[in-house]
Design a protein around this ligand. Structure first.
Ligand SMILES: Nc1ncnc2c1ncn2[C@@H]1O[C@H](COP(=O)(O)OP(=O)(O)OP(=O)(O)O)[C@@H](O)[C@H]1O
Ligand SMILES: O=c1ccn([C@@H]2O[C@H](COP(=O)(O)O)[C@@H](O)[C@H]2O)c(=O)[nH]1
Length: 247
């Protein structure tokens, strides 16, 4: 956790300890500093930046269908007080909303594993962020293609502080088996069936993986092996969040 430090003056730590520093940086507490054995005081840069940035913090959560994104997001919410926004859930809610002008379109896209135009998804995400009044968000299952990424950059990138992309790496067979088991268990999802799965997997390879690669090329991706059991996966996830300065 305390890998990225910058040296600060001893006086600052003392100010922090006696509360005087809150006048300068009200969000910082003594937990953001560490006294090193050589008597120098270090500030945890990422933790400090995380707490001092006024924009909402966003982590994109990506991976194949059934990789375990939603399952891990629930655990992250519990441990790190993030708000979970699943783009798929928001679209399903909008599809079910009486009078929605997008209901039929969303239904067709979901059944066929296609990606809904970004104007619809991005507006749902922005409304959810604004409505929540919260400051840490997991955006699960978005951006999924170039249209999503372009639309997000146009509408949202200046309004949030994107932290990193959490990528759940999982083989196709495991992904498909998890979704089909979820369907047989009564998920009620119109796309947890073999026909939709084939299309979802194709969309993932053709449209979503190139976006993950783009983020990778920009050094933004934290990859997690999503094939072990959920608790084991979470221990890796926890490590990533802590080393990124979240407490
Ligand atoms: N590590 C795991 N090991 C075994 N089963 C898992 C694991 N993680 C999740 N599952 C199960 O697999 C199914 C899919 O998980 P989850 O809904 O979290 O995936 P997802 O990536 O959000 O899926 P989708 O993209 O389809 O929304 C669920 O039934 C869940 O209980
Ligand atoms: O940004 C998004 C997210 C989802 N969709 C559509 O919804 C389904 C289901 O998504 P899950 O993340 O698996 O819940 C997906 O196959 C797409 O059809 C979307 O269009 N855009």
């Amino acid at each position: 956790m305390w890998r990225a430090f910058t040296r600060v003056r001893q006086k600052l730590l003392e100010q922090c300890a006696n509360g005087a520093a809150t006048k300068v940086w009200p969000q910082l507490t003594q937990t953001h500093f560490q006294l090193h054995h050589n008597n120098c005081v270090y500030l945890h840069i990422k933790a400090a930046r995380n707490i001092m940035s006024p924009k909402p913090k966003v982590v994109f959560v990506l991976g194949g269908p059934g990789a375990g994104k939603g399952t891990q997001c629930s655990k992250i919410v519990e441990r790190f007080q993030f708000t979970h926004l699943s783009a798929g859930d928001l679209l399903r809610e909008e599809r079910a909303r009486k009078g929605s002008e997008f209901g039929a379109l969303i239904d067709d896209y979901i059944r066929n594993g296609k990606i809904v135009p970004v104007e619809v998804t991005c507006s749902l995400l922005e409304n959810a962020i604004n409505k929540s009044g919260k400051s840490r968000f997991l955006i699960d299952g978005f951006p999924r293609n170039q249209d999503n990424l372009d639309g997000w950059n146009k509408q949202m990138s200046d309004k949030v502080d994107m932290q990193f992309v959490l990528f759940f790496d999982c083989g196709e067979d495991v992904c498909v088996a998890r979704c089909l088991t979820r369907g047989q268990g009564g998920s009620g999802r119109t796309d947890d069936n073999e026909e939709s799965m084939k299309k979802r997997i194709q969309t993932y390879y053709n449209e979503s993986l190139p976006i993950i690669k783009y983020f990778q090329n920009n050094g933004l991706v934290k990859t997690i092996d999503a094939s072990p059991d959920a608790d084991k996966v979470f221990s890796e996830v926890e490590r990533v969040f802590v080393s990124s300065g979240f407490q």
